[in-house]
Structure formats: C-alpha cells, structure tokens
Design a protein around this ligand. Sequence first.
Ligand code: PEP
Ligand code: MN
Length: 305
Amino acid sequence: MTTNNTADCNETGKAACAGLAVANVGQAPDNPLASRNRRPMGTVVDIDGVKVGTTEIVIMAGPCSVESAEQILRIAREIKAVGATVLRGGAFKPRTSPYDFQGLGKIGLEYLRAASCNTGLKVVTEVLDPRDVELVAEYADCLQVGSRNMQNYPLLREVGRASKPVLLKRGFSATYKEFLLAVEYIMAEGNEQVILCERGIRGLSDELRFTLDLNAVPYLKEKTHLPVIVDPSHGTGSARLVPAMSRAAIACGADGLIIETHYCPQDSISDAVQTLSTAEFAQLINELAAVAKAVGRRVPLSPAG
Ligand code: PEP
Ligand code: MN
C-alpha cells in the first residue's frame, strides 16, 4: 500500500511538473521588470548627465584601486583628455585574500570625488556591503555591484532603494538566468537605472584569468531593455588582450567599456597585469572609432566618430 502510494505520488508529482511546465509557457516572463518587451526601445541610463545606451559608446576608465589623491587625479586627467567620461576606481576592494590591500575606504571615496570635481568625470565605484550603500552613494554617481556580489540579495535590494544608477557585474560563475534574476532584485525596489556588465566567466582557459563571454552582449540586449557594457580588463586578465576584446565588444553591440588604466600599470597595487597604460588607452580609443563607425556608433572625441 505504502509502495503504491509512493508510486502514485511520484506519478502525480511528475504530472504536476509537466502541467506546470506547460502552464509556464506564455505566462508572466521570468524578468517582468527587465524584459525587453516592457520597453522595446531600450532604456538610457543617466549617470549624472552621461547617457549610457545611446549611439555614443561610453568609456569608463581608471585604476583597479584608488591609491592616493595624486594617483586618481592624474589618471582622471589623462583619461579625460582622450575621451573617457566616467572615472572608475575601487575604494572598497573585494580581494580574494583577506591579507591583500582592501582599498582606502571612505578616504578613497573622497579622492574620487575630488578628481571628479577637478575634471568633470562622473564616478563609478564599488559598494561591497549593504551598510555602506548610503555612504558610497554620497560620493559616487553610479554604484558598482561586483562579480562576487551579484547574488548578494540584501546588497541588491539596498542599491535598488538608492537614488543612483547601478552597474551590475555578472558573477563569474553565473548563468544568464541568474544574472537576469539578480537585476530583478534591484529593479523590484524601484531603481530602474541599471547597467549590465559582462566581465568574464570561469572557462577552460588555464593561461588567462577569465573568459570574456561576448555572447552575453547580444543575448542580454535581446532579452532586456537595459544597456550592456563590457569589462575587457577582468574579462581577460591580460593587458595585451584588452584592445582586441574592446574592439570585439563594440562590434557586437556593447554600449560602453570599463577599462583598468593607470599611468604606470606596473606600480598598481592591484590588477597590474591587466591594466593599460594611459598611452595604450589613448591609442585604443583611437582604434575604437573605426569599429564604432562600422556599427553605427560613435566614440567620444574621436576624429572618425
Ligand atoms: C573591479 O571592477 O574592480 C572588480 C573587482 O571587478 P569584478 O567585480 O568584475 O571582479
Ligand atoms: Mn581590478
């Protein structure tokens, strides 16, 4: 009897699952808020006047970590001169080892703000902890949620309640579905200003740090109405590969790039090997103009744009 009941239950369960699967087809999408159907023309995210998701490619650049007031100001000036409009740099760093440099914290935010006031560049910087969202939002123009925190649901909810745009980086082991559901956590709190960032996933490459999954760009743009940018620095882990993958990202439809840049990469406290020199960065921006033009986009300040 018990055996029969169990068998019956299993059969009933299977039938119910099959029924659910059928019922789900054509029902509310998994991504009610981020779905492209909701805004077929796409969303433009406004980082205090810098628009992400237009024909103009947005260039975000700066060091992995904010190291000093002089360092961030010099980098800000050099990247601005060649077309960057957003300054990146971590004040709160998610380091694999707790013994490595963890960032300057609040003073780093102050240095970022000072560099922004001096140059007019907007600031994107990472917030690691839900308790710091208010503080980081005071200094930043855009809140970055890093790869390791893509599924930190309390943090996603907290940035969803902030009044600043959010740059959400894909978890390096996250599926597209998980990425898209993470976005819903932010948007469900009322913040619709979200930029998605493909930053590389764990692949089979044993020589490179990550594998930049450029499939994500056209896929996410088809599925969602949100702008999609690419981080070729973390995505490759190698400065030598950054120019080629930046060109590829623009060619496949990215709305922007976020590139680690320093006047003296080898002196960077973190991520030195994947950081471009400001001279290499300038050269890259020049090269991007032709690619952007070929796909009906523009790169700021470029003669070919
Ligand atoms: C970063 O941009 O500084 C960073 C830590 O990136 P990710 O979260 O993609 O590793
Ligand atoms: Mn970095």
